[in-house]
Design a protein around this ligand. Sequence first.
Ligand SMILES: [Cu+2]
Length: 151
Amino acid sequence: MAALALGLLPLGVAAEQDPPLEFENAWVRAMPPFQPNSAGYFTVTNRGDDAIAIVGASSNVAEKVELHTTREVDGLMRMKKLKGLAIAPGERVEFAPGGKHLMLFGLAFRLVPGDDVQICLQLATNEEVCTDAEVRMSGESSDSADHQHHH
Ligand SMILES: [Cu+2]
């Protein structure tokens, strides 16, 4: 019995359940050859009872991923790095062209439409939530494929 009890001791802090973030319509922009960077988009909803703090991001196809937002400054659209983002319980946050996005730096290979890649968000709790994202052409094709668009 003693050995069994020892065997059941937790080896680390393992998450009992996944953080309640629900992804929709995750996609990454297809890029022409030799473009080092791309961007990822998705809608995420906090289905839990507590606020969830996103503190970073990663992808299996990029060296580095940053959270960016787009702001108009003196008539020009400029990207700004976000240090983090808190999502309130029940809140739905859209990462979309012209707004918040994941910036993918240092692509490992060319992103071709139809490919599936993975994007992950790091949370303040040290947990990570990931989703598959489809590689798509930019612009209208993504909008027409998004049946939940509210615009
Ligand atoms: Cu950006």
